[in-house]
Ligand binder design. Structure first.
Ligand SMILES: Cc1cc2nc3c(=O)[nH]c(=O)nc-3n(C[C@H](O)[C@H](O)[C@H](O)COP(=O)(O)OP(=O)(O)OC[C@H]3O[C@@H](n4cnc5c(N)ncnc54)[C@H](O)[C@@H]3O)c2cc1C
Length: 286
């Protein structure tokens, strides 16, 4: 570690929060370090006032995955490997498992955490779209108390979240879903491993007699931050499933992306590709 920084390792949450409270302007958390160490090595200007690095990776209360009162409580310092091999995640949250299995490489997944993936907030962060379709809340802790908020409320803009300098993202609270969902996660990268998402999406759908009961779409790497398309989701309730419907949905998603991001160097590639991939996924799903 660079001499500019003092490294503090905590094995309990309370003293870490107390330290953050006393030194909020000059401290930054490290969990797995797979994003922040790159910033440190590049001497990124965002780290300018920072001289304390707070290691929370081995705080046991941030590493649990358990079920309580119809929620799965997922500790923010769980690594992608721990999430992937968790029976609870495999049974109740397969879309999340599919997504974390595609992050980086085994070496990255063994240290990188889900909390770090959220708090770094790259547009292409792969775990966020699945968490959004599961309607999760997050618990943010500080010495002044906890706040529980929907995940999407803290996703402000690329690399900027609403997690305050004296707060630690401690838990992700996933409501246990009913089991009659169809689902998929798709990630497109330049290669299959160690690859940044060019686009990703998570879909969950419940239908009865070929009629949509509920559908949820979340996209990564296509908007400035991962997001759900609530208006479109609502429009689709009670509609009859058909290839014409899915073609229309794919067109609408593509046009929404274009509206929000404008024409970029990648547009001529991404727009037709998302349209085709989404159509195919929706057809495969139903
Ligand atoms: C080779 C390589 C391949 C990668 N491939 C992928 C990929 O395929 N998909 C993908 O999405 N990402 C990928 N990443 C990025 C990275 O591994 C993930 O974003 C990872 O989940 C970050 O977790 P971390 O624990 O390492 O975060 P850290 O680097 O420790 O922290 C990242 C940021 O979050 C903050 N932070 C961390 N935890 C908390 C917390 N609990 N509360 C508050 N703030 C916190 C830190 O202060 C820091 O600003 C890759 C990185 C590398 C180096």
């Amino acid at each position: 570690m660079n001499n500019k920084y003092t490294f503090h390792k905590f094995i309990e949450l309370k003293p870490a929060l107390e330290f953050m409270n006393q030194n909020s302007e000059t401290s930054r958390i490290i969990a797995g370090g797979t994003d922040i160490l790159i910033e440190i090595r590049k001497e990124d200007k965002n780290l300018n006032p920072i001289n304390h690095i707070i290691d929370i990776h081995d705080i046991p209360t941030l590493r649990k995955i358990k079920i309580e009162n119809n929620f799965c409580i997922l500790g923010a310092c769980c690594t992608h490997s721990e999430i992937s091999t968790s029976k609870i995640i495999g049974e109740y949250f397969p879309v999340l498992k599919m997504a974390v299995d595609k992050i980086g490489s085994p070496q990255i997944r063994n240290v990188a955490t889900i909390g770090g993936n959220i708090c770094n907030l790259a547009a292409c962060a792969d775990s966020i779209a699945p968490l959004l379709v599961y309607d999760v809340n997050v618990r943010l802790c500080s010495t002044t108390g906890d706040r529980i908020v929907p995940l999407e409320k803290i996703l402000l803009k690329p690399y900027i979240t609403d997690v305050q300098p004296d707060e630690i993202l401690a838990e992700i609270l996933l409501p246990l879903p009913e089991k009659n969902w169809k689902y998929c996660f798709y990630k497109l990268g330049r290669r299959s491993g160690v690859s940044i998402s060019r686009l990703s999406y998570a879909i969950m759908l419940r239908s009865e007699n070929n009629t949509i009961q509920e559908v949820r779409f979340a996209f990564g790497a296509l908007f400035s931050v991962p997001k759900r398309l609530y208006t479109l989701e609502k429009e689709l309730v009670h509609q009859t499933i058909s290839n014409i419907l899915w073609k229309d949905v794919s067109r609408k998603v593509a046009s929404k992306i274009l509206d929000e991001t404008g024409v970029r160097w990648s547009t001529s590639y991404k727009i037709p590709v998302i349209q085709q991939l989404l159509y195919k996924s929706l057809m495969d799903l139903t």
